[in-house]
Design a protein around this ligand. Structure first.
Ligand SMILES: Cc1cc2nc3c(=O)[nH]c(=O)nc-3n(C[C@H](O)[C@H](O)[C@H](O)COP(=O)(O)OP(=O)(O)OC[C@H]3O[C@@H](n4cnc5c(N)ncnc54)[C@H](O)[C@@H]3O)c2cc1C
Length: 365
């Protein structure tokens, strides 16, 4: 077995055992600190924070966790997404303070880009950062920020000049910063998410991540790294849905025969298995390309995320059809996946924005 196969097997076992137990002890819609700590104690976070993060490793872990415990997958992914701008561009003192705490599961992180008036068009964000002596004063609002308002630190993208994407700066902003508060949002899926309000929040210049006015590239490099792995999350959910459909169709009888003998169902499952295999290959290809040459793979990453997330939506929907009414009962795996599978087609760039990235690359050539 390769080391990636070992890693996959270990994460799948953890997701069915201690991580599932920790996930069940969390409150819906809030950060589950016990689960984050368990991810650290079982060495899963170390796979990303103890070395230079690798996109392919991230994908293998996310798929394996998602197949058995979406809550563990999401808690893991958010630690990476929130901390990556700090790892990528933070000063030595900021990295030394936050990264060990995040890796140990003692600090929870958020990635704060989206605003009420800037979602897909994130380069037009409005949250202002105005220099004031050795500090910046941040004023404005962020919304749909995963792990908010409970996270201990946020990678925040703010406007420092009026030149679109070129006028954005990234900051590490601790939760206890005076002038920062927020509230929880209640979404369809059980996701820790909320709004953040900045009213003259004072952030030291030392907390700038990278260069002043250089924050857009920090955000884009982070999303480039994570996009294929959103696809991996989707592949894990699609695999769980297909596994459940096969098990159900094997045991459930109608008209005196197992559902698995009805070609009307099995051919649809064959199509899902084919698309799922293609999605996994696209995800692994994009991640491998990223690891070989970061910064050159935007189109491949977009293809992987687009195809995998759309495939997962279809896989979960078909699995519900195969199960019939029981899949719609509250607490059923498919009812859970049906709610979970929707958001990845929207966050980290909607499916339409992925098509835009792919199309732009076509015409640049
Ligand atoms: C569960 C969840 C977690 C999230 N976590 C985070 C987080 O941690 N940090 C963060 O910063 N944000 C986060 N987000 C926000 C997410 O990134 C945004 O919702 C997303 O970028 C889309 O922005 P919007 O919702 O404002 O939609 P809009 O940008 O208003 O888009 C509305 C519709 O218009 C379409 N559209 C827009 N522009 C174009 C175009 N050029 N061509 C074609 N169609 C277009 C979109 O595809 C979409 O269908 C999260 C969202 C969700 C649902």
């Amino acid at each position: 077995m390769s080391s990636l196969d070992d890693l996959r097997a270990r994460c799948e076992a953890l997701a069915q055992g201690p991580l599932r137990t920790a996930a069940e002890q969390g409150a819906p819609g809030r950060v589950n600190r016990g689960l984050v700590k368990a991810l650290a104690e079982h060495g899963v976070l170390a796979e990303v924070f103890d070395q230079t993060p690798k996109a392919l490793v991230l994908c293998v872990i996310r798929e394996a966790l998602a197949r058995h415990c979406t809550e563990a997958e999401t808690a893991f992914a958010l630690q990476g997404l929130g901390a990556y701008p700090i790892v990528l561009a933070g000063s030595a003192s900021i990295v030394d303070y936050w990264v060990p705490r995040v890796a140990a599961g003692d600090a929870v992180v958020g990635f704060a880009l989206t605003e009420p008036e800037a979602g897909s068009d994130a380069a037009h964000l409005l949250l202002r950062a105005v220099p004031d002596g050795d500090d910046f004063l941040l004023t404005g609002e962020k919304t749909y920020i995963s792990n908010a308002p409970d996270a201990d630190v946020y990678s925040v993208f703010a406007r420092t000049s009026d030149t679109g994407a070129k006028g954005i700066t990234a900051f590490a902003v601790p939760r206890d910063t005076p002038g920062l508060d927020g509230e929880q949002l209640d979404l369809l899926a059980p996701h820790a998410i909320g709004r953040l309000r900045f009213t003259g929040a004072r952030v030291p210049r030392a907390n700038v991540l990278g260069e002043v006015d250089g924050g857009w590239s920090v955000a884009m490099r982070t999303l480039d790294m994570f996009r294929p792995s959103v696809g991996a999350f989707a592949v894990g959910m699609a695999q769980a849905a297909l596994d459940a459909a096969i098990a159900h169709a094997t045991h459930r009888h109608a008209f005196g025969k197992p559902l698995a003998t009805f070609q009307g169902l099995t051919h649809q499952l064959a199509d899902v298995a084919t698309r799922l295999h293609a999605a996994r290959l696209l995800v692994h290809d994009a991640a491998t390309a990223y690891d070989a040459a970061p910064g050159t793979t935007a189109s491949l990453s977009a293809m992987a995320k687009l195809f995998a997330t759309e495939t997962a939506q279809h896989a979960v929907d078909l699995s519900i059809q195969v199960h019939g009414a029981q899949a719609l009962e509250r607490g059923h795996l498919l009812e859970h996946l049906y709610r979970e599978v929707r958001a990845p087609r929207i966050y980290e760039g909607t499916s339409e924005i992925q098509r835009e990235i792919i199309a732009r690359a076509l015409f640049r050539k």
